[in-house]
Design a protein around this ligand. Structure first.
Ligand SMILES: NC(=O)c1ccc[n+]([C@@H]2O[C@H](COP(=O)([O-])OP(=O)(O)OC[C@H]3O[C@@H](n4cnc5c(N)ncnc54)[C@H](OP(=O)(O)O)[C@@H]3O)[C@@H](O)[C@H]2O)c1
Length: 250
Protein backbone atom coordinates (compact mmCIF):
# COMPACT_ATOMS: atom_id res chain seq x y z
CA UNK A 1 0.00 0.00 0.00
CA UNK A 2 2.86 2.40 0.70
CA UNK A 3 5.14 1.42 -2.13
CA UNK A 4 6.20 4.37 -4.31
CA UNK A 5 7.95 2.24 -6.89
CA UNK A 6 7.85 3.94 -10.29
CA UNK A 7 6.98 7.34 -8.81
CA UNK A 8 9.11 10.48 -8.84
CA UNK A 9 9.05 12.80 -5.84
CA UNK A 10 10.39 16.34 -5.60
CA UNK A 11 11.35 17.50 -2.11
CA UNK A 12 12.09 21.19 -1.61
CA UNK A 13 14.52 22.00 1.19
CA UNK A 14 16.06 18.52 0.96
CA UNK A 15 19.49 19.68 2.13
CA UNK A 16 18.76 19.20 5.83
CA UNK A 17 16.21 18.84 8.62
CA UNK A 18 12.77 17.52 7.71
CA UNK A 19 13.37 17.66 3.96
CA UNK A 20 16.41 15.40 4.10
CA UNK A 21 14.43 12.87 6.13
CA UNK A 22 11.47 13.10 3.70
CA UNK A 23 13.86 12.37 0.82
CA UNK A 24 15.30 9.33 2.60
CA UNK A 25 11.83 8.01 3.44
CA UNK A 26 10.39 8.44 -0.06
CA UNK A 27 13.52 6.95 -1.58
CA UNK A 28 13.30 3.92 0.73
CA UNK A 29 9.67 3.50 -0.36
CA UNK A 30 10.92 3.18 -3.95
CA UNK A 31 10.54 6.69 -5.38
CA UNK A 32 13.07 8.43 -7.57
CA UNK A 33 13.78 11.63 -5.65
CA UNK A 34 14.48 15.11 -6.99
CA UNK A 35 16.29 17.01 -4.27
CA UNK A 36 16.13 20.80 -4.41
CA UNK A 37 17.37 23.68 -2.27
CA UNK A 38 20.03 26.38 -2.44
CA UNK A 39 22.98 24.40 -1.02
CA UNK A 40 23.84 22.17 -3.96
CA UNK A 41 26.83 20.48 -2.24
CA UNK A 42 24.60 19.02 0.44
CA UNK A 43 22.10 17.83 -2.16
CA UNK A 44 24.82 16.18 -4.22
CA UNK A 45 26.09 14.18 -1.23
CA UNK A 46 22.56 13.00 -0.48
CA UNK A 47 21.98 12.16 -4.15
CA UNK A 48 25.15 10.06 -4.24
CA UNK A 49 24.16 8.27 -1.07
CA UNK A 50 20.58 7.51 -2.12
CA UNK A 51 21.05 6.65 -5.79
CA UNK A 52 18.10 7.04 -8.22
CA UNK A 53 18.09 10.71 -7.31
CA UNK A 54 18.64 14.12 -8.90
CA UNK A 55 20.16 17.15 -7.14
CA UNK A 56 19.14 20.60 -8.37
CA UNK A 57 19.86 24.07 -7.08
CA UNK A 58 16.61 25.97 -6.72
CA UNK A 59 15.80 29.05 -4.68
CA UNK A 60 12.06 28.73 -4.14
CA UNK A 61 11.79 32.42 -3.29
CA UNK A 62 12.92 33.37 -6.81
CA UNK A 63 10.33 32.91 -9.53
CA UNK A 64 12.98 32.62 -12.23
CA UNK A 65 14.94 29.97 -10.35
CA UNK A 66 11.81 27.82 -9.97
CA UNK A 67 10.89 28.31 -13.60
CA UNK A 68 14.35 27.36 -14.92
CA UNK A 69 14.44 24.20 -12.82
CA UNK A 70 11.08 23.05 -14.11
CA UNK A 71 12.12 23.76 -17.71
CA UNK A 72 15.30 21.75 -17.14
CA UNK A 73 13.36 18.87 -15.58
CA UNK A 74 10.86 18.85 -18.44
CA UNK A 75 13.69 18.79 -20.98
CA UNK A 76 15.26 15.88 -19.12
CA UNK A 77 11.95 14.00 -19.35
CA UNK A 78 11.31 14.01 -15.59
CA UNK A 79 7.69 13.80 -14.45
CA UNK A 80 6.92 14.68 -10.85
CA UNK A 81 4.19 12.57 -9.24
CA UNK A 82 4.75 13.73 -5.67
CA UNK A 83 5.82 17.17 -4.49
CA UNK A 84 6.73 17.96 -0.89
CA UNK A 85 6.66 21.71 -0.30
CA UNK A 86 8.95 21.71 2.66
CA UNK A 87 11.51 24.52 2.11
CA UNK A 88 10.99 27.22 4.67
CA UNK A 89 12.71 29.71 6.91
CA UNK A 90 11.94 31.16 10.32
CA UNK A 91 13.15 34.11 12.33
CA UNK A 92 11.78 36.25 15.09
CA UNK A 93 10.32 39.54 13.84
CA UNK A 94 9.60 41.67 16.92
CA UNK A 95 7.37 44.63 16.16
CA UNK A 96 9.36 47.03 18.36
CA UNK A 97 12.63 46.50 16.57
CA UNK A 98 13.45 48.77 13.69
CA UNK A 99 15.71 46.76 11.46
CA UNK A 100 13.76 43.63 10.65
CA UNK A 101 11.65 44.59 7.64
CA UNK A 102 13.89 42.60 5.35
CA UNK A 103 13.57 39.51 7.52
CA UNK A 104 9.79 39.83 7.50
CA UNK A 105 9.72 40.17 3.73
CA UNK A 106 12.12 37.32 3.22
CA UNK A 107 9.97 34.93 5.31
CA UNK A 108 6.88 35.89 3.32
CA UNK A 109 8.79 35.63 0.05
CA UNK A 110 10.05 32.13 0.85
CA UNK A 111 7.25 30.50 2.85
CA UNK A 112 4.27 32.10 1.16
CA UNK A 113 5.25 33.14 -2.37
CA UNK A 114 8.00 30.54 -2.83
CA UNK A 115 5.62 27.70 -2.09
CA UNK A 116 3.14 29.22 -4.54
CA UNK A 117 5.74 29.33 -7.34
CA UNK A 118 6.52 25.64 -6.82
CA UNK A 119 2.89 24.53 -6.52
CA UNK A 120 1.96 26.43 -9.67
CA UNK A 121 4.78 24.85 -11.65
CA UNK A 122 4.23 21.34 -10.37
CA UNK A 123 0.42 21.41 -10.63
CA UNK A 124 0.61 22.52 -14.26
CA UNK A 125 3.16 19.83 -15.04
CA UNK A 126 0.95 17.19 -13.37
CA UNK A 127 -2.05 18.39 -15.38
CA UNK A 128 -0.07 18.47 -18.62
CA UNK A 129 1.06 14.86 -18.16
CA UNK A 130 -2.30 13.68 -16.74
CA UNK A 131 -0.61 12.52 -13.56
CA UNK A 132 -2.51 11.41 -10.50
CA UNK A 133 -0.20 13.49 -8.33
CA UNK A 134 0.13 14.13 -4.61
CA UNK A 135 1.20 17.53 -3.30
CA UNK A 136 2.05 17.77 0.38
CA UNK A 137 2.60 21.15 2.00
CA UNK A 138 4.46 21.50 5.26
CA UNK A 139 2.66 24.01 7.43
CA UNK A 140 3.10 24.42 11.17
CA UNK A 141 1.10 24.46 14.37
CA UNK A 142 2.39 28.03 14.54
CA UNK A 143 -0.32 29.01 12.06
CA UNK A 144 -2.54 29.66 15.06
CA UNK A 145 -0.63 28.96 18.23
CA UNK A 146 2.09 31.05 19.72
CA UNK A 147 4.39 29.11 22.00
CA UNK A 148 7.14 31.54 21.05
CA UNK A 149 6.68 35.30 21.08
CA UNK A 150 7.57 37.54 18.13
CA UNK A 151 6.86 35.02 15.37
CA UNK A 152 4.43 37.20 13.40
CA UNK A 153 6.00 36.78 9.95
CA UNK A 154 6.38 33.03 10.34
CA UNK A 155 2.84 32.61 11.71
CA UNK A 156 1.37 34.70 8.89
CA UNK A 157 3.29 32.70 6.28
CA UNK A 158 2.10 29.39 7.76
CA UNK A 159 -1.49 30.56 8.26
CA UNK A 160 -1.75 30.77 4.47
CA UNK A 161 -0.93 27.10 3.97
CA UNK A 162 -4.36 25.73 4.83
CA UNK A 163 -6.57 28.11 2.79
CA UNK A 164 -4.25 27.52 -0.14
CA UNK A 165 -4.52 23.76 0.30
CA UNK A 166 -8.33 23.83 0.47
CA UNK A 167 -8.75 26.27 -2.36
CA UNK A 168 -6.46 24.36 -4.70
CA UNK A 169 -8.06 21.01 -3.86
CA UNK A 170 -11.18 22.31 -5.60
CA UNK A 171 -9.26 23.49 -8.67
CA UNK A 172 -7.44 20.30 -9.58
CA UNK A 173 -8.99 18.27 -12.38
CA UNK A 174 -11.24 15.44 -11.19
CA UNK A 175 -9.46 12.23 -10.26
CA UNK A 176 -6.08 13.83 -10.80
CA UNK A 177 -3.87 15.48 -8.22
CA UNK A 178 -4.56 15.68 -4.50
CA UNK A 179 -3.16 18.37 -2.20
CA UNK A 180 -2.83 18.10 1.59
CA UNK A 181 -0.94 19.64 4.47
CA UNK A 182 1.06 18.32 7.40
CA UNK A 183 1.25 20.72 10.34
CA UNK A 184 4.14 19.63 12.54
CA UNK A 185 4.68 20.76 16.09
CA UNK A 186 8.25 21.19 17.34
CA UNK A 187 10.69 18.90 15.52
CA UNK A 188 14.44 18.76 16.08
CA UNK A 189 16.17 20.60 13.22
CA UNK A 190 18.23 23.72 12.54
CA UNK A 191 15.17 25.86 11.82
CA UNK A 192 15.60 28.34 14.64
CA UNK A 193 19.33 27.88 14.82
CA UNK A 194 19.16 26.99 18.50
CA UNK A 195 20.80 23.93 20.09
CA UNK A 196 18.47 20.94 19.95
CA UNK A 197 19.26 19.90 23.51
CA UNK A 198 17.97 23.26 24.73
CA UNK A 199 14.86 22.98 22.55
CA UNK A 200 14.19 19.42 23.61
CA UNK A 201 14.31 20.39 27.30
CA UNK A 202 12.16 23.47 26.67
CA UNK A 203 9.45 21.44 24.92
CA UNK A 204 9.44 18.32 27.07
CA UNK A 205 7.13 19.73 29.75
CA UNK A 206 4.84 21.48 27.28
CA UNK A 207 4.07 18.54 25.00
CA UNK A 208 1.65 15.88 26.27
CA UNK A 209 3.71 13.21 24.46
CA UNK A 210 6.63 14.44 26.64
CA UNK A 211 9.26 14.62 23.93
CA UNK A 212 10.26 16.79 21.02
CA UNK A 213 9.84 14.93 17.73
CA UNK A 214 12.54 13.85 15.32
CA UNK A 215 11.94 14.37 11.59
CA UNK A 216 11.29 10.60 11.26
CA UNK A 217 8.18 11.00 13.44
CA UNK A 218 6.47 12.44 10.35
CA UNK A 219 7.32 9.44 8.12
CA UNK A 220 3.99 7.62 8.55
CA UNK A 221 1.87 10.59 7.55
CA UNK A 222 4.20 11.47 4.69
CA UNK A 223 3.91 7.99 3.19
CA UNK A 224 0.17 7.89 3.74
CA UNK A 225 -0.41 11.17 1.90
CA UNK A 226 2.12 10.39 -0.84
CA UNK A 227 0.52 7.05 -1.67
CA UNK A 228 -2.51 7.19 -3.95
CA UNK A 229 -3.45 3.74 -2.80
CA UNK A 230 -3.44 4.68 0.88
CA UNK A 231 -5.07 8.12 0.63
CA UNK A 232 -6.82 8.43 -2.73
CA UNK A 233 -9.98 9.85 -1.05
CA UNK A 234 -8.00 12.43 0.93
CA UNK A 235 -7.55 15.95 -0.41
CA UNK A 236 -7.75 19.50 0.90
CA UNK A 237 -7.07 18.62 4.52
CA UNK A 238 -4.40 19.13 7.17
CA UNK A 239 -3.00 16.66 9.68
CA UNK A 240 -1.41 17.96 12.85
CA UNK A 241 1.50 15.98 14.26
CA UNK A 242 2.52 17.71 17.46
CA UNK A 243 2.49 15.24 20.34
CA UNK A 244 -0.69 16.91 21.58
CA UNK A 245 0.85 20.38 21.94
CA UNK A 246 -2.12 22.12 20.32
CA UNK A 247 -4.51 20.49 22.83
CA UNK A 248 -2.92 22.49 25.62
CA UNK A 249 -4.70 25.68 26.59
CA UNK A 250 -1.53 27.32 27.94
N1 LIG B 1 11.46 22.07 12.82
C1 LIG B 1 10.28 22.38 13.30
O1 LIG B 1 10.06 22.39 14.51
C2 LIG B 1 9.16 22.67 12.35
C3 LIG B 1 7.86 22.74 12.89
C4 LIG B 1 6.81 23.03 12.04
C5 LIG B 1 7.04 23.25 10.69
N2 LIG B 1 8.31 23.18 10.21
C6 LIG B 1 8.47 23.44 8.78
O2 LIG B 1 9.17 22.38 8.19
C7 LIG B 1 9.91 22.85 7.07
C8 LIG B 1 11.36 22.38 7.17
O3 LIG B 1 11.92 22.96 8.33
P1 LIG B 1 13.20 22.35 9.06
O4 LIG B 1 12.87 22.32 10.49
O5 LIG B 1 13.66 21.13 8.39
O6 LIG B 1 14.22 23.55 8.83
P2 LIG B 1 15.75 23.53 8.39
O7 LIG B 1 16.47 22.41 9.04
O8 LIG B 1 16.21 24.93 8.62
O9 LIG B 1 15.68 23.25 6.82
C9 LIG B 1 15.07 24.15 5.95
C10 LIG B 1 15.31 23.69 4.53
O10 LIG B 1 14.70 24.64 3.65
C11 LIG B 1 15.65 24.99 2.64
N3 LIG B 1 15.39 26.35 2.17
C12 LIG B 1 15.29 27.48 2.91
N4 LIG B 1 15.08 28.54 2.10
C13 LIG B 1 15.04 28.06 0.84
C14 LIG B 1 14.87 28.66 -0.43
N5 LIG B 1 14.71 29.97 -0.58
N6 LIG B 1 14.91 27.86 -1.53
C15 LIG B 1 15.08 26.53 -1.42
N7 LIG B 1 15.25 25.91 -0.24
C16 LIG B 1 15.24 26.66 0.88
C17 LIG B 1 17.00 24.83 3.29
O11 LIG B 1 17.97 24.51 2.32
P3 LIG B 1 19.08 25.51 1.71
O12 LIG B 1 19.61 26.33 2.84
O13 LIG B 1 20.05 24.56 1.12
O14 LIG B 1 18.37 26.31 0.67
C18 LIG B 1 16.77 23.62 4.19
O15 LIG B 1 17.00 22.44 3.45
C19 LIG B 1 9.74 24.37 7.05
O16 LIG B 1 8.73 24.73 6.14
C20 LIG B 1 9.31 24.68 8.47
O17 LIG B 1 8.55 25.86 8.54
C21 LIG B 1 9.37 22.90 11.00
Amino acid sequence: MFSLQGKTAMITGASGGLGEQFARTLSTAGARVILVSRRINKLESLRDELGNAVAMQMDVSQKQSVKSCFVELEQAGEKIDICINNAGIAALTPIFEEDNQEEFESIIQTNLLGVWYVIKAVANQMKHHHLHGAIINIGSVNEDMFSYKEVTAYAVSKAAVMPRTKSLATEFPKRQSRINTINPGPVQSDLLGSPNKHDADFWKDKIPAVFMAYPSDLDGMLLYLASNQASRYVTGVAFTIDGGLSCRSS
